[in-house]
Design a protein. Sequence first.
Length: 161
Amino acid sequence: MLSSVFEPFVEQSPICVMARGLMERVLNPDQLNELFDRTAEEQYTKDLLFSSVFNLMGLVFLGSYRSVSAAYKDLKKDIGVSIASVYNKLNGIEPATSAQLVSYAIEQVEPIIRDLGGTMPPLLPGKRIKLLDGNCIEKSQHRLKELRDISSGPLPGKSKE
């Protein structure tokens, strides 16, 4: 089924290959655009597709680019609209659209995870558990000079991610 080009990747990194295939299946551009068209009430698609904005944000989120502007500069010819249009689209994405995107991704991924045996037993049956993860910066990090006089400024050694 897979060409010989992919066989070494499947043998050496099967989890990575499965994760990539899963993400491509769930987040493919046609499905994202259809979801947007179905759920957006005020926004519309003219020249800038929702999938293009999603891809741009994904590249920033995953660290390929430091900002939307930097990603836009490299992908400008593929996007085909101005940076102002990109920011207008980003700023106008309705909460219901975002909620539907999360629901859609869960609906697509959950059966696959369940079939692969990737579910875990509940930590506390009957209770909804949320796990928060953070980190503690080493004490050698100091508070930013600009924030030292502001009582509401972040404290050194604490961060949220």
